[in-house]
Design a protein around this ligand. Structure first.
Ligand SMILES: [Zn+2]
Length: 179
Protein backbone atom coordinates (compact mmCIF):
# COMPACT_ATOMS: atom_id res chain seq x y z
CA UNK A 1 0.00 0.00 0.00
CA UNK A 2 2.90 2.37 0.77
CA UNK A 3 4.33 1.59 -2.65
CA UNK A 4 1.00 2.24 -4.33
CA UNK A 5 0.53 5.57 -2.54
CA UNK A 6 4.09 6.50 -3.48
CA UNK A 7 3.52 5.80 -7.19
CA UNK A 8 0.25 7.71 -7.12
CA UNK A 9 1.43 10.77 -5.17
CA UNK A 10 5.10 10.99 -6.16
CA UNK A 11 5.50 9.29 -9.55
CA UNK A 12 8.96 10.82 -10.04
CA UNK A 13 10.37 9.24 -6.88
CA UNK A 14 11.77 5.73 -6.54
CA UNK A 15 8.97 3.81 -4.79
CA UNK A 16 10.70 0.45 -4.46
CA UNK A 17 10.90 0.41 -0.66
CA UNK A 18 13.59 -1.72 0.92
CA UNK A 19 12.74 -2.62 4.52
CA UNK A 20 15.64 -3.61 6.73
CA UNK A 21 16.24 -4.52 10.35
CA UNK A 22 19.17 -2.77 12.00
CA UNK A 23 20.44 -5.52 14.33
CA UNK A 24 23.61 -3.81 15.54
CA UNK A 25 23.91 -4.34 19.27
CA UNK A 26 23.39 -1.34 21.55
CA UNK A 27 21.31 0.83 19.17
CA UNK A 28 18.24 2.50 20.73
CA UNK A 29 14.60 1.85 19.78
CA UNK A 30 14.29 3.68 16.51
CA UNK A 31 12.89 3.61 13.01
CA UNK A 32 14.08 5.84 10.23
CA UNK A 33 13.92 6.45 6.51
CA UNK A 34 16.79 7.16 4.18
CA UNK A 35 17.67 6.67 0.51
CA UNK A 36 20.62 4.87 -1.06
CA UNK A 37 22.84 6.38 -3.79
CA UNK A 38 20.33 5.35 -6.45
CA UNK A 39 17.51 7.09 -4.61
CA UNK A 40 15.95 3.81 -3.48
CA UNK A 41 14.03 4.40 -0.25
CA UNK A 42 15.15 2.38 2.77
CA UNK A 43 13.12 2.00 5.93
CA UNK A 44 15.01 0.63 8.91
CA UNK A 45 13.74 -0.70 12.23
CA UNK A 46 16.07 -1.39 15.13
CA UNK A 47 15.55 -4.55 17.18
CA UNK A 48 14.63 -2.65 20.40
CA UNK A 49 11.87 -0.83 18.49
CA UNK A 50 10.42 -4.12 17.27
CA UNK A 51 10.59 -5.45 20.82
CA UNK A 52 8.87 -2.32 22.11
CA UNK A 53 5.91 -2.63 19.71
CA UNK A 54 2.90 -4.41 21.19
CA UNK A 55 0.92 -5.37 18.10
CA UNK A 56 0.93 -5.41 14.30
CA UNK A 57 -0.97 -2.12 14.11
CA UNK A 58 1.93 -0.35 15.81
CA UNK A 59 4.53 -1.82 13.45
CA UNK A 60 2.27 -1.01 10.48
CA UNK A 61 1.79 2.57 11.65
CA UNK A 62 5.52 3.15 12.10
CA UNK A 63 6.26 1.65 8.68
CA UNK A 64 3.54 3.79 7.09
CA UNK A 65 4.85 6.91 8.85
CA UNK A 66 8.40 6.33 7.58
CA UNK A 67 7.13 5.60 4.05
CA UNK A 68 5.18 8.88 4.20
CA UNK A 69 8.40 10.79 4.93
CA UNK A 70 9.75 9.46 1.64
CA UNK A 71 6.57 10.03 -0.37
CA UNK A 72 6.49 13.66 0.82
CA UNK A 73 10.20 13.99 0.03
CA UNK A 74 11.03 15.37 3.46
CA UNK A 75 14.71 14.44 3.26
CA UNK A 76 15.43 16.70 0.30
CA UNK A 77 13.33 19.51 1.78
CA UNK A 78 15.28 19.18 5.02
CA UNK A 79 18.57 19.31 3.12
CA UNK A 80 17.39 22.45 1.33
CA UNK A 81 16.42 24.10 4.61
CA UNK A 82 19.80 23.18 6.10
CA UNK A 83 21.57 24.83 3.14
CA UNK A 84 19.49 27.99 3.42
CA UNK A 85 20.16 28.13 7.18
CA UNK A 86 23.90 27.76 6.62
CA UNK A 87 23.94 30.58 4.06
CA UNK A 88 21.85 32.95 6.18
CA UNK A 89 23.82 32.36 9.40
CA UNK A 90 27.13 32.60 7.53
CA UNK A 91 26.12 35.94 6.04
CA UNK A 92 24.92 37.27 9.39
CA UNK A 93 28.23 36.29 10.98
CA UNK A 94 30.08 38.05 8.16
CA UNK A 95 28.07 41.23 8.67
CA UNK A 96 28.98 41.20 12.34
CA UNK A 97 32.64 41.19 11.37
CA UNK A 98 33.21 37.55 12.28
CA UNK A 99 35.79 35.66 10.21
CA UNK A 100 37.39 32.25 9.62
CA UNK A 101 36.40 29.39 11.93
CA UNK A 102 33.66 31.43 13.55
CA UNK A 103 31.93 31.79 10.18
CA UNK A 104 32.11 28.03 9.76
CA UNK A 105 30.56 27.55 13.23
CA UNK A 106 27.80 29.97 12.31
CA UNK A 107 27.15 28.06 9.09
CA UNK A 108 27.00 24.77 10.99
CA UNK A 109 24.59 26.21 13.54
CA UNK A 110 22.54 27.64 10.69
CA UNK A 111 22.36 24.22 9.06
CA UNK A 112 21.02 22.68 12.28
CA UNK A 113 18.46 25.44 12.78
CA UNK A 114 17.45 25.27 9.11
CA UNK A 115 17.08 21.50 9.14
CA UNK A 116 14.87 21.68 12.22
CA UNK A 117 12.75 24.59 11.09
CA UNK A 118 9.99 22.50 9.57
CA UNK A 119 10.77 19.13 11.10
CA UNK A 120 7.73 19.21 13.41
CA UNK A 121 5.49 19.95 10.44
CA UNK A 122 7.13 17.07 8.58
CA UNK A 123 6.38 14.71 11.49
CA UNK A 124 2.73 15.73 11.54
CA UNK A 125 2.50 15.37 7.75
CA UNK A 126 4.02 11.90 7.99
CA UNK A 127 1.54 11.02 10.74
CA UNK A 128 -1.33 12.20 8.53
CA UNK A 129 -0.30 10.27 5.41
CA UNK A 130 0.89 7.36 7.56
CA UNK A 131 -2.61 7.09 9.01
CA UNK A 132 -4.08 6.88 5.50
CA UNK A 133 -1.59 4.24 4.33
CA UNK A 134 -1.96 2.07 7.44
CA UNK A 135 -5.75 2.24 7.26
CA UNK A 136 -5.86 1.42 3.54
CA UNK A 137 -3.57 -1.55 4.20
CA UNK A 138 -6.14 -2.89 6.67
CA UNK A 139 -4.50 -1.86 9.93
CA UNK A 140 -5.89 0.29 12.73
CA UNK A 141 -3.87 3.54 12.77
CA UNK A 142 -5.46 4.78 16.01
CA UNK A 143 -4.41 1.61 17.81
CA UNK A 144 -1.03 1.82 16.06
CA UNK A 145 -0.45 5.37 17.27
CA UNK A 146 -0.70 4.21 20.89
CA UNK A 147 2.98 3.58 20.50
CA UNK A 148 3.47 7.33 21.02
CA UNK A 149 2.10 7.12 24.54
CA UNK A 150 4.92 4.81 25.58
CA UNK A 151 7.83 6.72 24.11
CA UNK A 152 9.11 9.78 26.03
CA UNK A 153 7.18 12.91 25.08
CA UNK A 154 9.57 15.45 23.54
CA UNK A 155 7.20 18.16 24.80
CA UNK A 156 7.55 21.67 23.54
CA UNK A 157 11.32 22.10 23.54
CA UNK A 158 12.90 24.95 21.65
CA UNK A 159 14.06 23.59 18.27
CA UNK A 160 12.72 20.16 19.17
CA UNK A 161 12.56 17.93 16.12
CA UNK A 162 9.31 16.20 17.11
CA UNK A 163 5.94 17.64 18.05
CA UNK A 164 4.39 16.72 21.41
CA UNK A 165 2.82 13.25 21.42
CA UNK A 166 -0.66 14.61 22.19
CA UNK A 167 -0.54 16.70 19.03
CA UNK A 168 0.53 13.69 16.97
CA UNK A 169 -2.25 11.49 18.33
CA UNK A 170 -4.76 14.24 17.57
CA UNK A 171 -3.62 14.33 13.93
CA UNK A 172 -4.07 10.54 13.70
CA UNK A 173 -7.55 10.72 15.24
CA UNK A 174 -8.61 13.60 12.98
CA UNK A 175 -7.30 11.91 9.84
CA UNK A 176 -8.76 8.49 10.71
CA UNK A 177 -12.18 10.03 11.41
CA UNK A 178 -12.24 11.43 7.85
CA UNK A 179 -11.43 8.11 6.13
ZN1 LIG B 1 9.03 10.83 11.47
Amino acid sequence: MAERECRRRAPRLNCDFLIVVDDRPGVPANAFQTVDEQGRPIIAFTLPLIAEARNRDEIAFILAHEAAHHIEDHLSQQRRNANIGAVVFGQLAGEFGVAGDAIRSAQELGAVVGARTYSRDFELEADRLGTIIAARAGFDPVRGAEFFFRIPDPGDQFLGTHPPNAQRVQVVLDTASQL
